[in-house]
Design a protein around this ligand. Structure first.
Ligand SMILES: *Cc1c(COP(=O)(O)O)cnc(C)c1O
Length: 358
């Protein structure tokens, strides 16, 4: 039996994709072996690598002057790769809207003169600060933002205008969940384990003019140009994760792409937020314009009830609803692969729990 897994990541994958992967697990398309056992230099793997790249380009409408690479190290390694790869003045500006953007800022400080251009720490990261060009240093090498804040449940309602300064965006928890105008960014990156596939592969999308600026101390393995030149095959890539990602891209394309899933995501999120807003028992403290489509934190009137909620929900097959330790309460992560029925079942359970406990 499949449960509804509301984990913030790794998270659910579409059942159809898992079944497809199972079919080829011991014999992938007549090769007599699994993708896990296959040389990354073999023809079948080359085809997987090429298709994954081409499909992602199509799904995200990535312009020609950007390269896409599949690398290891997670989104967290890009926190350091960014200051090491985009190095001119050695200055960069960070917008701190939660845990991951804070970590990115902290790591970058090791490599240059980094500044916090804005932060929402004053209200425990329940909103996104208003940004304008004048808040950034004109000679900054880039401005870094985290588009969707996985822990605090916020997202940008618009892409900030940084003028000529390249914008670097962490899209780990919102990639492929909504349309994103890639051309507004210099670099975008995302770990796979929320909306794309199994952990292990990380997507980096880099504009061509930012590919030749690396700090000389940048490790070869972290230099984007290393993998760009070799089409992500400089060393052994996370083959199986990339393969599953390719199947997820096929699933999205077959059904109508990002437009299709965005509509479903908006419907799912609206159902859940409406229920919370209409209840005197549950609450979500994020300012409405900045509410995440993907991660919905909420609380009951007491910490004891929160604990009870998580325990009882798990018994009904609604898993991993415990909030992050920085926020407490609950968090429902409703990524692309979470079916509408999962959200409906969660809301039914919430109503039942409220009745029994108010
Ligand atoms: C999960 C997450 C990360 C960390 O990703 P790793 O792949 O574990 O390094 C970074 N940023 C955001 C926004 C995330 O959601």
């Amino acid at each position: 039996m499949r449960n509804f897994n509301f984990s913030a990541g790794p998270s659910m994958l579409p059942l159809e994709v898992l079944e497809k992967v199972r079919q080829g697990l011991t014999d992938y398309e007549g090769t007599g072996m699994s993708v896990m056992e296959m040389s990354h230099r073999s023809k079948p793997y080359q085809a997987i690598n090429d298709e994954a790249e081409a499909s992602l380009r199509e799904l995200m409408n990535v312009p020609e002057n950007y390269d896409i690479i599949f690398v290891q190290g997670g989104a967290s390694m890009q926190f350091e790769a960014i200051p090491l790869n985009i190095h001119k003045s050695g200055k960069a500006d960070y917008v701190v809207t939660g845990n991951f953007s804070g970590k990115a800022y902290k790591e970058a400080k090791k490599y240059g003169d980094m500044a916090e251009a804005a932060s929402s720490a004053d209200k425990n990261f329940t909103y996104i600060p208003r940004l304008n060009k004048s808040m950034f240093r004109p000679d900054a090498d880039y401005v870094h933002i985290c588009y969707n804040n996985t822990i605090f449940g916020t997202r940008y309602s618009e892409i900030p205008d940084t003028g000529n300064i390249p914008l670097a965006g962490d899209i780990s928890s919102c990639i492929l969940s909504q349309e994103i105008d890639v051309s507004k960014f210099g670099v975008l990156y995302a770990g796979a384990q929320k909306n794309v596939g199994p952990a292990g592969v990380t997507i980096v999308i880099v504009r061509k003019d930012l590919q030749d600026l690396a700090n000389p101390i940048c490790p070869t393995m972290m230099k984007w140009s290393t993998q760009i030149k070799e089409k992500s095959l400089y060393n052994t890539p996370p083959c199986f994760s990339t393969y599953v990602a390719m199947e997820v891209f096929r699933w999205l394309k077959k059904n109508g792409g990002v437009k299709w899933i965005q509509k479903i995501n908006e419907d799912k999120a609206a159902m859940l937020y409406d229920f919370i807003d209409n209840s005197a028992f549950y609450s979500n403290s994020v300012e409405k314009p900045y509410r995440s489509l993907m991660n919905v934190p909420f609380v009951t009137p007491s910490e004891d009830l929160d604990k009870e909620f998580v325990a009882q929900a798990a018994k009904e097959g609604l898993l991993s609803l415990k909030g992050h330790r920085l926020v407490g309460g609950m968090r429902a992560s409703i990524y692309n692969a979470m079916p509408v029925d999962g959200v409906k079942k969660l809301i039914e359970f919430m109503a039942k729990f409220e009745k029994a406990n108010k």
